[in-house]
Write a protein that binds this ligand. Sequence first.
Ligand SMILES: [Zn+2]
Ligand SMILES: [Zn+2]
Length: 324
Amino acid sequence: MQDTMKNRVFNLIPPAMIVLVLIFWSFGPAALLDNPWTLPVVSPLITLVVLLLEQVHERHPGWRMNRREFFTDLFYVVLSATVISWLTQHLAEDPLTAAKAWLGINTEWAMHLPWLVQVALVIFVFEFGQYWMHRLMHNSYPLWLTHAPHHHITQLNAAKGAVGNPIELFLISLSVIALFDLEKTAIFAAFNTLGVIATFAHANVRSDPPRWYSFFFTTIRHHSLHHSTDYESTRCNYGNSLILLDRIFGTYRDGEASVVGQDDRRRLSIWEQTMFPFQPIVDAMKARRAKAGYSAETHVSSRSEHDNVPADPAPGSAGGTATA
Ligand SMILES: [Zn+2]
Ligand SMILES: [Zn+2]
């Protein structure tokens, strides 16, 4: 790749955006930092900025945004920001906060840590959980069924981090951060920092951040390899944002992929992604019904040919895609 000025500038954009996020949450006007709408606005704004950068310095033409991908991605970005985030708050965060109070767990010490250390603590705790959840998803069949749709995406872009089965989206949003007494701004700064890293790790932007960045943080090179078409190459680089964890736990692999998507790159619709974990059960029921229909037919020979339901599950259905 030509080391042009444009490349050099783009390589520095991810770390520069992290610095901007940290400056905003530490020195921003109090009116904005206290406003409950600031986080829900800044998070999609990061995605939007990176989507615009894709228009300026594209990585692969094959990943170029089109109408179909745009509306699919938009659906998942909105789903994550509304339904999934509501479920996380009410089914996980609130009960955890209540349990913390009931058990008398005191973590006031965390509040007295320097602000940047609090940000780092949130990043580490959140990513540690994400890493093991993601790794488990690749090694447990029921969990794999929820994660497989994310590996069926056939192109990467800044919004693709939000695309997946809703159960998976809920599971990877879980964390134990609610157990820690921390500055709100430090938590939000950490979330937006993770947002910047994970967004660039899925983005179609020709940006390869400096070595010191990619030592700690996941880049598109690491994550595109995780989205490879061949099964063996997907079994590495589980860190959504903190690739350091893969280095520590022995799952790091160097490399990059430009063609992504598993199972012969079969693109799934929103409905197929939603139904994916239940597909083995649906297929089994269909097969049983077909078998019952077949035995009934042997008795009633007047039935027409096209009433027959195929007994085999559809090719490429969940039953045949177990890569875990
Ligand atoms: Zn994965
Ligand atoms: Zn991904």
